[in-house]
Design a protein around this ligand. Structure first.
Ligand code: DUC
Ligand code: ZN
Ligand code: ZN
Ligand code: ZN
Length: 476
């Protein structure tokens, strides 16, 4: 196995910032310190100059949709293009959502998702499993799912007549998750209310992209978030709210955590940096900014930043769900409900959060690592294999130069999609090189990885990691 010595960089973890060299042997970090201290072990190691760079643990994106059929079409990025773009952006692990439908066997759904990723992914990946119905067969099969390392389950409270599950399904899944040690994720928006508002808008011929946002008000997200929390408390279970976009939802999560409930939240770069005015762009350009939940009024952004800073929200996911403007977003030209929801963010998640967060002084460098990597590893049962730089951890490492700026553009990005929601945005700092399990995937900004090198991550049960309890003031 090959040895590598990363020399002269500043190592940054969720806890510490210090100057040290890192010795990698094969897939693992084997020593950290002044290289001279372990000169015997470094014999024959390839030296990698990291001077001027931060040396971060590889990013973990806990929320992606690759090769996913949705809205009458399929996402533009699959596991090959999506994970390659992720690596360019400093991400070395993703957790993707495995869809299921009513009546479908869970085994079949998981096999489908394994087949999409296997042989294609360039970085490691895990799966969350969507729960469409909670009948006895499904609830029984979950035992094997969790044993297989798929230890998080997703319930949609929105997308009526498509993905939406009712409260009974959510409640039964929460109870089963507690028994099995799984973390329940919710897409928290009140789908029934939104469905009513959409019908009303269409009756009034309100078909432009802006009506996507106006028919999904913040209170519909706050209500569903509060309801999911109440059901979690009743079940004595654990909950992770994906893509929190607004103050109303933050408020519910803050109250729940204050009470000592096991409730966690994620937000996304788009909610931290873009606002509802994007949907009113001239022509049909607003379609590029259609996410669910929708972009909010700008003042919500500072609420989200302070929730990250204060530990009310723990993670940043990209909600990568890319659709081309041409031929895909355009499906909704005459009807906003036909615009496929989602956008391409897997590549820029890390650098947008660094630039807007650390560079602008909203969060610390260590908090940056925590929210883009470490907390996801802990909550989703991958720590300390992933999410930190420590002896024995996977050598998933990013060399990041904070002293340069770069301009985001679809012309230079690596996602398989014809626009970038951050087109023209200047960001501070750039990813220079990325190692995944000890091998370069990106070297000096060039892709040197191998399709199919990414492995399925068999994750631990929720709360099984011995360090998780320290992270949680709230007893499991
Ligand atoms: N929201 C999106 O914008 N895209 C994917 C699914 C979702 O819930
Ligand atoms: Zn069984
Ligand atoms: Zn969602
Ligand atoms: Zn999503």
């Amino acid at each position: 196995m090959s040895k590598k010595l990363i020399r002269g960089g500043i190592v940054v973890t969720a806890a510490d910032t210090y100057r040290a060299d890192i010795l990698i042997d094969g897939e693992k970090v084997v020593a950290i310190g002044a290289g001279a201290l372990f000169s015997k072990e470094t014999e024959g190691a390839e030296e990698i100059n990291a001077s001027g760079c931060y040396v971060f643990p590889g990013g973990i994106d806990p929320h992606t949709h690759l090769d996913m059929p949705f809205g009458g079409t399929t996402t533009a990025d699959d596991f090959e293009t999506g994970t390659r773009a992720a690596a360019f952006g400093g991400t070395t692990s993703i957790i993707d959502f495995c869809l299921t439908s009513k009546g479908q066997s869970i085994r079949e759904a998981l096999d489908t998702w394994h087949a999409k990723a296997h042989g294609k992914a360039v970085i490691d990946y895990g799966f969350h499993l969507m729960i469409a119905e909670a009948n006895d067969a499904v609830l029984h099969q979950l035992e094997d799912v969790v044993e297989e390392g798929v230890t998080s389950l997703k319930v949609f409270m929105a997308y009526k007549n498509v993905f939406q599950a009712d409260d009974e399904t959510l409640f039964k899944t929460l109870i089963r998750a507690k028994e099995l040690g799984a973390l329940i994720q919710v897409h928290a928006e009140n789908g029934d209310v939104i469905d009513f508002l959409i019908k009303e808008a269409l009756e009034n011929e309100q078909t432009d992209p802006i009506y996507h946002a106006l028919t999904r008000p913040p209170m519909a997200e706050g209500e569903a978030t509060g309801r999911a929390i109440a059901l979690t408390a009743l079940a004595g279970s654990q909950l992770y709210v994906v893509h929190v976009s607004c103050a109303e939802a933050v408020q519910r999560i803050a109250e729940a955590r204050e009470k000592g409930l096991n409730v966690y939240g994620e937000t996304c770069p788009q909610y931290l940096t873009l606002d509802i005015s994007e949907l009113a762009r001239p022509g049909f350009e607003g379609a590029k900014y259609v996410w669910s939940p929708p972009l909010r009024e700008a003042w919500h952004q500072e609420v989200l930043w302070s929730a990250l800073k204060n530990g009310i929200l723990q993670t940043i996911g990209s909600d990568q769900c890319s659709f081309n403007f041409k031929g895909q977003k355009e499906l909704g030209r005459n009807d906003f409900t036909k615009i496929p929801n989602g956008g391409p963010l897997i590549e820029d998640r890390f650098s947008v959060v660094y630039s807007e967060g650390v560079h602008k002084g909203r969060i610390s460098l260590n908090q940056f690592v925590d929210i883009t990597s470490t907390k996801a590893a802990k909550l989703f049962g991958m720590f300390p294999q992933k999410g930190t730089i420590a002896v024995g951890s996977d050598a998933d490492i990013v060399l990041f130069n904070p002293n340069v700026t770069r301009t985001i553009s679809a012309k230079t990005h690596h996602m398989n999609v014809d626009y970038n929601p951050f087109e023209g945005k200047e960001v501070h700092g750039e990813v220079v090189s990325v190692l995944a399990r000890g091998e370069f995937v990106i070297r000096d900004k060039k892709f040197v990885g191998t399709k199919g090198n990414g492995r399925f991550i068999k994750r631990h049960k929720f709360g099984a990691s011995p360090t998780l309890k320290e992270e949680q003031p709230h007893v499991l």
